[in-house]
Write a protein that binds this ligand. Structure first.
Ligand code: NAG
Ligand code: NAG
Ligand code: NAG
Ligand code: NAG
Ligand code: NAG
Ligand code: NAG
Ligand code: NAG
Ligand code: NAG
Ligand code: NAG
Ligand code: NAG
Length: 591
């Protein structure tokens, strides 16, 4: 009998759960995305455990927010059903209408046994939040996600269409005798009145005036996201923009599931063919990129951060400290202002999404943020230049049976330049995206041990010459390091112990310069974890896990530092500080 890692990694769930025709259930075949068997021991007055993702708190003014509970719902058997829909009206009841901050708050409780479920929140088709649920315990859990949604204020504060707006939430949950967890959810919006002159402003570099949804239209079943199923599959939408736009930014939301939930662990198809593993493990190698096209032409890309869902690798790692990005998945901005000249004709244009090497399934949609010239009905523009080049190489340094080593290097660069003339004057924009990717994968112990080292680096440059002939320059560099070690020790009878080690980082440096004023933001966010789990049938029966995380953020207005660690589900230490001195003294020596 061959003993392979992949048999466990990708197959032990299929025994219990019959594969349904519905897309999201493929996920259950992915052993790395497991869930914990919690024995429902009735405790006296058990208090729910609070799970959390480490992130800086949303900075809000000192004013009292005007809050509305926009949705209260229990998500039980919602899989493959239409999203939950409620009408939404702007907060006209609030005493002050001058807001400076808007915060979304998601609070949920759950008790019993349940998988991690992806979900999305949309207002009039514009996605406000993509997130993953926490996996519950028998004694119950609670978690809260707070997200600054001020950038969506044009949509939240006034009805863009003058009809009632529709808030939609989709979470595909399944409840039966084994998977008992029902997610009880409250969704609120908090509107903070401005405390000084800090009002919401529109204008270049500030909030957009209009946001168009590039997502699937209601009514439908499942989420409003497009589902990309393979590498040739393109999905997208037609849209028309007002003829007086002078800036456009496309915000892309991305999540990957089922055969591509752990795309960075997928070996190339060659390995699968040589070892007769067809159909039993996902392949197509460990490189993916989301490509965005406008009227068929490539205008930008997303090389996504490797979000690990709360059941991923070893679910014990993520309780109570959830993986980076899991409760608030990052979205990715692509500046498409240089292309406005092609879009201002009042006609319909098309945005399309595809994923290089994709396996089933990627959930992708986008919001088109537009800035409008309020003094003229018509702006003009012209695309001056557009360039894209890419390279990708995969080398196999060894392949002997199920032992193998692979190395992938990929790069891409996309740049564009164009001008737009509005009542403010003529403005020329140059934008560049530079991508760099490395994935080193070693498979040994006849397929039972897999070690992956990966690094993604993305630099976005925006250079705008404003009508005043001053310049607006934004440069952002994000680096996503990932190390994953996954070792299987077979125990016979289909049960096994999996030992895992992980390092997951999200780092960002951003600088902004308007004329002679400049500001800088830096984030370093690193999680380290190690764990063992014993798996029988399809369930984690017991195990241990330790996770630690250091989060360091600095911007011109202050700092946020957090140093937290958990072991076997209990917090060992948790230090939080707003002091920049602590941050800088501890900064020394780290890379
Ligand atoms: C604040 O809002 C009120 C209406 O609620 C408006 O009359 C007033 O002009 C606003 N103030 C500012 C500074 O915009
Ligand atoms: C939701 O809000 C209701 C009413 O305020 C409250 O009774 C309930 O406990 C809340 N549920 C959650 C999950 O926060
Ligand atoms: C037009 O927008 C500018 C900001 O870009 C704002 O200062 C001005 O008040 C607006 N004018 C009108 C008529 O809305
Ligand atoms: C890719 O997916 C699309 C949409 O499901 C399908 O029509 C097409 O046949 C698939 N292509 C391949 C090569 O599987
Ligand atoms: C793969 O299957 C073919 C045909 O069944 C067989 O000839 C070959 O030996 C197998 N290769 C391996 C590596 O098991
Ligand atoms: C694969 O590597 C293991 C050690 O990790 C070794 O024992 C085994 O013989 C190797 N198998 C092959 C086919 O080379
Ligand atoms: C292995 O599984 C079989 C069938 O489920 C069972 O009869 C047997 O007792 C198990 N053996 C061990 C060592 O658990
Ligand atoms: C699971 O429990 C068994 C029996 O108590 C123990 O021998 C084993 O080491 C545990 N496994 C893990 C991964 O903690
Ligand atoms: C985090 O706290 C632990 C325990 O107090 C300490 O050993 C470690 O040095 C701290 N790390 C940082 C970066 O401050
Ligand atoms: C977690 O469990 C492991 C294995 O039982 C043990 O070695 C470790 O000390 C535990 N950690 C804590 C903080 O209790």
């Amino acid at each position: 009998m061959r003993s392979l890692l992949f048999f466990h990694l990708f197959f032990f769930f299929s025994l219990l759960y019959p594969l349904s025709s519905t897309a999201q259930l493929y996920k259950l075949t992915t052993g790395l995305g497991s869930k914990l068997l919690s024995h429902p021991k009735p405790l006296k007055n058990p208090s729910p455990t609070r799970f959390f993702e480490v992130t800086k708190p949303v900075k809000v003014p000192k004013t009292k927010p005007c809050s509305s509970l926009v949705l209260q719902h229990d998500f039980a058997s919602t899989y493959g059903k239409p999203p939950v829909i409620v009408p939404y009206s702007p907060p006209s009841h609030c005493p002050s209408q001058n807001f400076s901050k808007i915060v979304l708050e998601w609070t949920a409780t759950c008790k019993g046994r349940q998988f991690d479920r992806i979900f999305g929140v949309w207002l009039d088709g514009v996605e406000l939040l993509r997130s993953c649920t926490a996996e519950p315990k028998a004694t119950g859990i609670v978690w809260t996600v707070e997200k600054d949604i001020t950038r969506y204020s044009s949509l939240l504060l006034k009805s863009q269409t003058s009809q009632t707006q529709t808030l939609a939430v989709y979470m595909g949950n399944i409840v039966d005798e084994t998977y008992t967890g029902v997610y009880h959810v409250n969704l609120s919006f908090h509107f903070y009145p401005a405390d000084d002159s800090n009002l919401l402003k529109s204008g270049y570099g500030s909030r957009p005036d209009l946001i168009l949804p590039i997502s699937r239209n209601l009514p439908l079943n499942d989420g409003l996201w497009f589902e990309i199923q393979n590498q040739t599959h393109v999905e997208g939408k037609e849209f028309i923009i007002p003829k007086n736009a002078y800036r456009a930014v496309l915000e892309v939301y991305v999540s990957f599931h089922e055969n591509d939930e752990f795309w960075y662990l997928n070996p190339p198809n060659d390995y699968i063919d040589v070892n007769n593993l067809t159909g039993s493990i996902p392949g197509n190698s460990a490189f993916r990129e989301v490509l965005v096209s406008l009227d068929g032409e490539l205008v930008g890309a997303v090389w996504p951060f490797t979000v690990i869902h709360t059941g991923g690798v070893n679910p014990l790692l993520w309780r109570p400290i959830s993986a980076i990005g899991s409760f608030n998945l990052p979205s990715y901005d692509i500046e498409i202002t240089p292309f406005l000249g092609n879009l201002l004709d009042g006609k319909s244009h098309g945005l399309g999404f595809s994923v290089t090497n994709a396996l089933n399934v990627w959930f992708i949609d986008a919001n088109l943020h537009l800035w409008l010239d309020n003094k003229s009905k018509r702006t003009q523009g012209k695309l001056l230049g557009h360039n894209s080049k890419s390279s990708s190489s995969i080398s196999t340094s060894s392949m002997e049976g199920l032992n193998a080593s692979f190395l992938i290097h990929s790069t891409r660069s996309i740049s564009s330049r164009g001008w737009v003339k509005s009542s403010h004057g003529k403005m020329t924009t140059k934008t560049t995206q530079d991508f760099n990717f490395m994935n080193k994968m070693d498979i040994s112990k006849n397929g039972n041990l897999q070690i992956v080292n990966q690094r993604i680096q993305v630099t976005n440059d925006l250079h705008t010459t404003l009508p005043s002939s001053s310049t607006y320059v934004v440069k952002s560099t994000k680096t996503f390091p990932l190390y994953l070690y996954y070792d299987i020790i077979n125990q016979g009878n289909g049960s096994f112990v999996a030992k895992s080690k992980i390092k997951l980082g999200f780092n960002e440096k951003r600088s902004k310069k308007l004329g002679s004023t400049s500001s800088k933001i830096a984030l370093k966010n690193l999680q380290k974890g190690r764990g063992n789990m014993h798996v029988e049938g399809n369930l984690v029966t017991n195990g241990t896990a330790a996770t630690s995380q250091v989060y360091e953020y600095v911007d011109p207005k202050g700092c946020y530092f957090r140093n937290v660690s958990s072991s076997n589900g209990t917090i060992l230490y948790d230090e939080a500080s707003n002091s920049c001195t602590i941050r800088s003294s501890k900064d020394k020596g780290s890379t």
